[in-house]
Write a protein that binds this ligand. Sequence first.
Ligand SMILES: *[C@@H]1O[C@H](CO)[C@@H](O)[C@H](O)[C@H]1NC(C)=O
Ligand SMILES: *[C@@H]1O[C@H](CO)[C@@H](O)[C@H](O)[C@H]1NC(C)=O
Ligand SMILES: *[C@@H]1O[C@H](CO)[C@@H](O)[C@H](O)[C@H]1NC(C)=O
Length: 321
Amino acid sequence: MEARNCVLATMALLILVVAVNGGDDQPSSVKPLVKIVKGKKVCDKGWECKGLSAYCCNDTISDYFQTYQFENLFAKRNTPVAHAVGFWDYHSFITAAAVYQPHGFGTTGGKLTGQKEVAAFLGHVGSKTSCGYGVATGGPLAWGLCYNKEMSPSQSYCDDYYKYTYPCTPGVSYHGRGALPIYWNYNYGKAGEALKIDLLNHPEYIENNATLAFQAAIWKWMTPEKKNQPSAHDVFVGNWKPTKNDTLSKRVPGFGITMNVLYGDQVCGKGDDESMNNIVSHYLYYLDLLGVGREEAGPHEVLSCAEQVPFNQASSSSSSS
Ligand SMILES: *[C@@H]1O[C@H](CO)[C@@H](O)[C@H](O)[C@H]1NC(C)=O
Ligand SMILES: *[C@@H]1O[C@H](CO)[C@@H](O)[C@H](O)[C@H]1NC(C)=O
Ligand SMILES: *[C@@H]1O[C@H](CO)[C@@H](O)[C@H](O)[C@H]1NC(C)=O
């Protein structure tokens, strides 16, 4: 009798849980598991924010960025002329982001900062994976995630300087792949180390797995290029305080400096650079589509890195597109 009551009680509880979840006005979002660890509230939201963290108690990405918004941002990616039809999807992005949301990706500083960070990150991604051009249908900015790899590589991007640390595997090509495309043996090697996946022997994993492609890109966004340098995430969400030298170098917190962190002298400190403007345009366009509005991006000095001294000068062989 006891056991039976217990079963009934459990069933009632289950029904209640289902009812509560079903009545949620944000059905795509998981209810957090909340715990108190050493007097601090920490949460876990399953596949949407993975691992107990205070950040997972905040609004997480799936609370303010949903499937239809992903579809709006990358509206043309599955049209027949695109080059990665069927590859990229919302689920892969959220699954990849779930690993970094407990560290603040999209979960720092409240919903607006989160929305802006997602727009900024995806702005970089959209610009680097676009096949849009001036007169493309839907406009040049509607074609992000058109590619998942470099189509006609002119070389295999093997830098012999790294033959002891990140030796090239014979017959393997380290051309651009991914959401923030990875080039060169040493970049595949470093990303592989961080993600614990053998990308040095199997760079093709990136073009076969959208979750991994997004994961490598978010890792890049969250990780400083060098010691004593901030990550793109840090400079964007306000975790970074400029030094005197930074201020003299016109490096101020905001979107512009994320380009400086990721691309250095390839796009920054060159005045009105075309690839810089293309990244900025994608960011502004996504802010509009997310309902945040481009006016939230701040003034030109913050948006651009045209006048900034690059963090990484004359990088020997790092390259893109
Ligand atoms: C989100 O999480 C961080 C980290 O615990 C916390 O500092 C912040 O106050 C939280 N809330 C908001 C609205 O950002
Ligand atoms: C794709 O990559 C993710 C993240 O690394 C991994 O969890 C998943 O198992 C991979 N999927 C396949 C089919 O290999
Ligand atoms: C200041 O910035 C310049 C240019 O970025 C750099 O070469 C120099 O090493 C920096 N100095 C210090 C003390 O960080």
